[in-house]
Design a protein around this ligand. Structure first.
Ligand code: ADP
Ligand code: ZN
Ligand code: ZN
Length: 839
């Protein structure tokens, strides 16, 4: 593709005065302005992919964000090198969405682009060179020197070479000489290959001219008129049979593939006549090359409770954009979703169903596939880039009108969303930690819906406090579904006191007698067992072995984190710290120990306690491979496994007939997590994992092991009294200024030098203090993990008023401060990370 470096690259075309602001997938504050070469000025538009040179040698794919006539004032605009497609890859709503996200989450629009586009759509490359195919060493009139010979040999083997490698052989000057002599040519091979690989098929299509689609009377008149020409009438009838006239005018643009009509044996010449007379119009549609088998819908009718909930949801949507569906585990939320999705699709709009990462491999997706067949796309984080590009193009072409996906699927190129459903909306995996944009997909989905004038349905058995709060404040609609589907009942709960068992010598390898007996009973009946222990990493806390005392912060409602270094216990939120006491302040015992019990150890213990049982473990380590999770679930589903031990992965969406016993190894560990959300999360995790038990006719049992069985939260979990729990926790949230009463922004400062990091953090902190917005500033405090990858970490927390004005102003000024700091010599290499609504 020599045009890339050909005349348009160098030419200063005086007459062309179009400029384009390009979004580039790099962390820079603004869009960059490039010149639009005259030969492209007719073809480009917002959302088109282009290739531009960035810096000296980098070549990047960018997205056109804006086209205008204003040259940049402080630099000379380089020309756009090439246009990659003849259509927009990204639509204007997406660009608005990206801009919103960059602003709200305090990052750069290029970082959003980077997260949004599958890498196949944004490959970058250095300039490469390759041997000119017409080059023949024997007949070449240009004298080659030794170095050039070496280079040509290398090129012959490699077919292409980076500019840099070539430079080290030849030096830059010689490269230009031999390029001129046509021995080698410059190329951007990567792009060529990408284009080839991902370019979708182009379909020749026809659609009904707008006038007829928009006006029923006109259409009727047309049929009267055309009835004397049966061949043309036949074509129109076939067309309308395949493509009904929609209420939404933009949908009538979709039309039908010409082939469908000609393959049906209809007259080609009559088709031409219809086009000629302006009744049908021809156009081209870019389609993905993927085809999937069609769905076969098994009719399922909703129960009366489900029906009632459905009616209420629709009523709420009449007044509100967002509705919270609070439906207990096993109430059949999936079937409700299916009914709603079908209705929205029938109305001609698109639907997005967001699921937490792990739930995507469950039977739910299989169920949806059966109903929605090939119009459904699945967007999974373990998908290859090819597969992601397929889904992207599928949505772009209109082939996929429904997508079920993980958090990043909010970036797909939807142009007419009617509804977004966020299932398990309380899930923390909707939040992206790293890299930027550090977005919360549920919150972003609500924004995206708003941009599309669509509706958002949030579903959960244990709503997040944020959503429940909004529902109680009447900002969201609220619908409850509190009966399990069919004959299934909620499980019976048992609190097993570990300390009592220990005293009586009944605690064996951390298993209480109650739990052991229930497991044995299940095994005897050929039923299955889930054992839950959310043990990720090693962040132990201190606990008294005799009375269960766990140290908590004096100033916040969180437990203290044990820092082995310095034998300290610290509060992550207010900076409070304390030495580890020698004896338990509650009972005087000196048996204070760091507690840690992971899934691996539990698996081992189970093998000793139940030698006849088949045991499997599901956690990050056993599910790393693409199908690891699926395989484990299949094994469990087909009855090859009796006991499954796992982390929070086993709490999500599993629906197995034979699970009758769920054991929670250490509920205290979930409760005393150093986080203000610990209580909320404990309620959610215990209720969710418990909800896996007894989902069919046989009632299940849930055994909660704890050292303090008399805590109020257990009573509330057991009675399912979410509201009581919420009200109680919210008191603390309000008192100690936590979300949802305030908004939190966390600013992390990192540097390899401790002093520099500390200095930068303090500097930043002081400047933030001067921002004229009502706020509470905490820190700067050494990070929970003070050093990661040789970088020292400091954190500051800003608590802001919920009003969006205060937030916007704070964020705006914060950006300025950071830019200023970053421009100072001593802080140039310091990394500042802003996390809005952190978890
Ligand atoms: P939830 O997501 O609310 O926990 P599910 O959607 O998984 O619950 O439903 C629980 C079980 O009940 C599933 O096995 C589902 O197939 C079944 N179910 C729910 N509603 C219906 C219905 N209307 N007809 C038949 N089966 C249903
Ligand atoms: Zn004690
Ligand atoms: Zn504190």
């Amino acid at each position: 593709m020599d045009t890339l470096f050909g005349d348009q690259y160098d030419a200063k075309d005086e007459k062309s005065n179009l400029f384009a602001d390009i979004i580039l997938p790099v962390p820079i504050p603004k869009m960059f302005t490039y010149k639009v070469p005259r030969n492209l000025s007719e073809e480009i538009g917002i959302g088109y992919r282009v290739i531009v040179q960035f810096g000296k040698k980098k070549v990047l794919t960018g997205i056109i964000g804006k086209v205008h006539q204003k040259p940049p004032s402080n630099y000379e605009a380089k020309p756009i090198m090439d246009l990659l497609d003849s259509y927009a890859t990204v639509n204007p709503i997406q660009i608005r969405f990206w801009a919103w996200m960059a602003e709200y989450y305090c990052c750069h629009i290029g970082e959003v682009m980077n997260a949004a586009l599958p890498s196949g759509l944004k490959l970058s490359s250095e300039s490469k060179i390759q041997l000119n195919p017409t080059f023949d060493a024997d007949t070449c009139s240009y004298p080659l020197d030794d170095r050039e010979e070496i280079l040509l040999q290398a090129l012959g083997q490699k077919e292409e070479m980076s500019y840099e490698d070539c430079e080290s052989v030849l030096g830059l000057k010689s490269i230009h000489v031999i390029i001129k002599s046509l021995v080698i040519k410059e190329a951007i091979l990567v792009f060529e290959q990408v284009k080839e690989k991902y370019s979708p098929k182009v379909e020749a299509r026809v659609r009904l001219a707008n006038a007829y689609a928009a006006d029923k009377k006109l259409l009727e008149a047309l049929f009267n008129e055309i009835s004397v020409k049966p061949k043309q009438e036949e074509i129109l009838l076939k067309y309308l049979q395949e493509v009904p006239v929609y209420k939404k005018p933009e949908l009538n643009q979709k039309g039908i593939e010409k082939k469908v009509l000609t393959d049906a044996g209809l007259s080609t010449s009559s088709l031409k006549t219809l086009v000629k007379n302006g009744i049908l119009e021809e156009y081209k549609l870019i389609v993905s090359r993927f085809e999937r088998e069609e769905g076969s819908d098994e009719e399922i009718s909703l129960s009366s409770e489900q029906n009632e909930a459905l009616i209420q949801i629709k009523q709420e949507f009449e007044e509100k954009n967002t509705v919270l569906l609070h439906g207990i585990t096993g109430s059949g939320k999936t079937e409700l979703y299916i009914t709603l999705i079908k209705e929205v699709l029938a109305g001609g709009s698109q639907v997005l169903l967001l699921l937490p990462e792990i739930a995507l491999t469950t039977h739910m997706v299989g169920r949806l596939r059966k109903v929605f067949g090939s119009k459904m796309g699945v967007y999974h984080s373990k998908y290859s880039d090819n597969e992601r590009v397929e889904v992207w193009n599928g949505v772009l072409s209109g082939k996929l009108s429904f997508v079920v996906g993980v958090r990043s699927s909010i970036f797909l190129p939807f142009d007419s969303l009617g509804m977004i459903i966020v299932d398990e909306e309380h899930e923390s995996s909707f939040k992206q930690f790293d890299p930027a944009p550090r977005f919360q997909a549920r919150d972003a989905a609500i924004m995206l819906s708003w941009l599309h004038q669509a509706k958002t349905l949030l579903g959960s058995a244990t709503p997040s406090f944020e959503s429940y709060y909004n529902a109680r404040m009447k900002k969201y609609g609220y619908v409850a579904l509190d009966k399990r589907f069919g004959e299934a009942q909620l499980p019976a709960y048992y609190l097993a006191d570990m300390l009592v068992d220990k005293k009586k010598n009944l605690l064996k390898l951390d298993f209480t007698r109650m739990l052991r007996e229930k497991i044995q009973e299940a095994l005897n009946n050929q039923e299955q067992v889930l054992i839950f222990q959310n043990r990720r990493g090693y962040a132990p806390y201190i606990s008294c072995e005799d009375c269960g005392w766990i140290p908590e912060c004096e100033h916040c409602d969180v437990s203290l984190t044990y820092h082995q270094f310095g034998e300290e216990m610290r509060c992550h939120y207010c900076g409070f710290k304390e030495k580890v006491p020698n004896t338990c302040p509650a009972c005087g015992s000196n048996k204070l120990s760091a507690v840690g019990l992971g899934t691996e150890r539990i698996e081992e213990s189970l093998a000793l306690l139940f030698p006849e049982a088949r045991i499997a473990r599901m956690d990050l380590d056993t599910t790393r491979s693409k199908y690891g999770y699926q395989r484990l679930l299949e094994d469990f589903g087909s009855g090859n496994v009796d006991i499954l031990v796992g982390t929070q992965m086993i709490t999500k969406g599993l629906d197995f007939d034979k699970v009758t016993v769920v054991g929670i190894m250490d509920a205290d560990r979930i409760l005393y997590f150093p986080d203000f959300r610990a209580g909320e999360r404990a309620f959610q995790q215990i209720t969710q994992v418990a909800g896996r038990a007894g989902r069919r006719d046989k009632k299940g049992s849930v055994i909660i092991q704890t050292r303090k069985p008399d805590q109020a939260i257990f009573e509330q979990i057991i009675s399912g009294d979410y509201k009581q729990f919420y009200i109680q926790e919210m008191g603390d949230r309000q008192r100690f200024y936590y979300p949802p009463f305030v908004k939190i922004i966390k600013i992390t400062t990192r540097h390899k030098d401790f002093k520099t990091a500390e200095k930068a953090a303090k500097y930043l902190h002081n400047l933030m203090g001067e921002i004229p917005v009502k706020k509470i500033l905490l820190g700067p405090e050494k990070g929970l993990i003070g050093k990661i990858k040789n970088q020292y970490i400091f954190e500051s927390i800003a608590k802001l008023d919920r009003s969006s004005n205060a937030q916007a102003q704070f964020k705006h000024e914060l950006q300025h401060i950071l830019e200023e700091l970053q421009a100072q010599k001593e802080f140039r290499t310091v990394r500042f990370v802003v996390d809005v609504d952190p978890y």
